[in-house]
Each structure stands twice: as structure tokens, then as C-alpha cells.
Design a protein around this ligand. Structure first.
Ligand code: CO
Length: 251
């Protein structure tokens, strides 16, 4: 819903096409709300189901889906379930594979943490904190990944924390740790593929309930970075690697 966030998806498009020369790439948007909003601007996007049906009509036999989800939560499982149904259909694909979301192994987490740390603004000093805003989910097995990710960051830098909008840990869970570490300045960065509505409003917005406002009310000097993880090539590399891995399983 935020035009500036499109840069992140463009970055993925460029890197996927580069990794798969000669392979057709199509985009689909899972969110009905976003598809509706874009349609009002004359930008028509298919749902994954419609996009797959069109590929079937167009005679494709092998399809790999790259979900740009961060964690294997509810939305990933729904996408995966529906995509796989296109295999057993009469005249369905010979092979339909769904790649893993961004954080699917310890190796992914390490690589993503490394990529993320590289993009913390250079002027940040070691005694200043970084709080990364993840989405979080009520899908608890997947939500636990944020806690694991927090640990991965903490092993490298005691002042980098992961918090989530809708899951655990929340900003409230991080506040006592910031006090403990006696930091004065906090950098806020989205830990989501795109810096969309959550990043611009819930994280960096002027409303009293934004993370920026809450931290400022608690006496911190706050600096914000408005870039999604899919704008960082080192992180997109992990998604591309998952797509390559799915692709290598085609018969
Ligand atoms: Co949301």
C-alpha cells in the first residue's frame, strides 16, 4: 500500500531474474486488500491461485513458487497448501514446488543477521541500541523464530534486539533490557520484507502509540531506518538460495 515499499520487491525481481536466466518470472500478491488498493490505481495483480491457473492454461509444466514471507506462519502454509493442489489436478503441473520462507534454518538466521548488521547506519556507536521490528504472529510455532533470531543477534551484539508488532517478544519485553544496558539512543529498523504501513506508522509514525513515540516518552533519542529486508542484497540472497534449492528438486 506504500509506493516507496515497491523498491524492495523490485530488488527481488532483479535478483531472481539474474539467478534464473531464461526462466519466466511472474508476480502474485497474496493480500486481497493490497490487490484491491492497487487495482484502484490501475495496477492489476493476480492472487497466487489465479497466477498458477494462468500458468497452467499457458502450458507450463514446472513451476517453483518463492514466498516472500519471513517465517513459515499461517500465510505461508495457506499459500503452500493451495499451490500444491495444482499438481494432482487433471492437466496440472508435472511439478510444483514451493520454496521455504526467509528464516527456515539456523544457517538462514545467521546469514540474515549478518546481512542486517551490515546495514545498521555506520554512525551508530556500540553503546547505542538497535531494535528490529518484526511482524510477529499468533501462529506460535513460527512466532518462536523471532525469539531465536533475537538470540542470534545477541550473540554478535548485545545491543541489537528483535521485537514484534503482533507476537513475542513485544516492545514492552525489550524496554527493561534497554534500561539494563543503559543505552541513550535507539535505532529502529524494520525486520520485514518491505518497509510498508507497519514500518512507517506503527514503528516510525508520529502517533503516541508508535514505537518511536513510546521510546521517546521513555527518554530515548530515536533514529529510524525505513528500509525493508528485501532491499538488502545479502538477505535477498537467502530467498534466492531457497528458490534454487526448490528448483534443483524438479524431475
Ligand atoms: Co500486519
Amino acid at each position: 500500500s506504500v509506493p516507496e515499499a515497491q523498491q524492495a520487491l523490485d530488488q527481488v525481481d532483479v535478483m531472481v531474474r539474474k539467478a534464473f536466466p531464461g526462466v519466466d518470472v511472474r508476480w502474485a500478491y497474496t493480500s486481497k486488500i493490497i490487490r484491491k488498493k492497487l487495482a484502484q490505481q490501475g495496477k492489476i495483480f493476480d492472487s497466487p491461485e489465479t497466477a498458477l491457473a494462468k500458468l497452467m492454461d499457458d502450458g507450463y509444466t514446472h513451476v517453483a513458487v518463492l514466498p516472500l514471507h519471513t517465517i513459515p506462519g499461517r500465510e505461508f502454509h495457506e499459500l503452500s497448501q493451495n499451490a500444491h493442489l495444482f499438481g494432482p489436478m487433471a492437466a496440472g503441473f508435472q511439478s510444483i514446488l514451493v520454496a521455504s520462507p526467509l528464516l527456515s534454518s539456523h544457517e538462514d538466521m545467521t546469514q540474515v543477521a549478518k546481512g542486517m548488521l551490515q546495514h545498521i547506519p555506520k554512525e551508530r556507536k556500540a553503546d547505542e541500541a538497535v531494535v528490529l521490528m518484526g511482524h510477529g504472529t499468533e501462529h506460535h510455532p513460527a512466532d518462536a523464530i523471532y525469539l531465536a533470531m533475537n538470540q542470534v543477534f545477541q550473540e554478535v551484539d548485545r545491543n541489537v534486539f528483535v521485537a514484534t508488532v503482533e507476537g513475542y517478544p513485544s516492545l514492552d519485553d525489550v524496554l527493561p533490557k534497554l534500561r539494563e544496558q543503559k543505552v541513550k539512543t535507539v535505532y529502529l529498523m524494520p525486520f520485514m520484507a518491505v518497509a510498508g504501513d507497519h514500518a512507517r506508522n506503527d514503528m516510525a509514525g508520529a502517533e503516541p502509540d508508535s514505537w518511536k513515540s513510546i521510546l521517546e516518552k521513555n527518554g530515548y533519542n530515536v533514529k529510524v531506518v525505513l528500509k525493508g529486508t528485501a532491499e538488502y542484497p545479502e538477505i535477498v540472497d537467502v530467498w534466492v538460495k531457497h528458490l534454487q534449492s526448490a528448483y534443483s528438486h524438479f524431475e
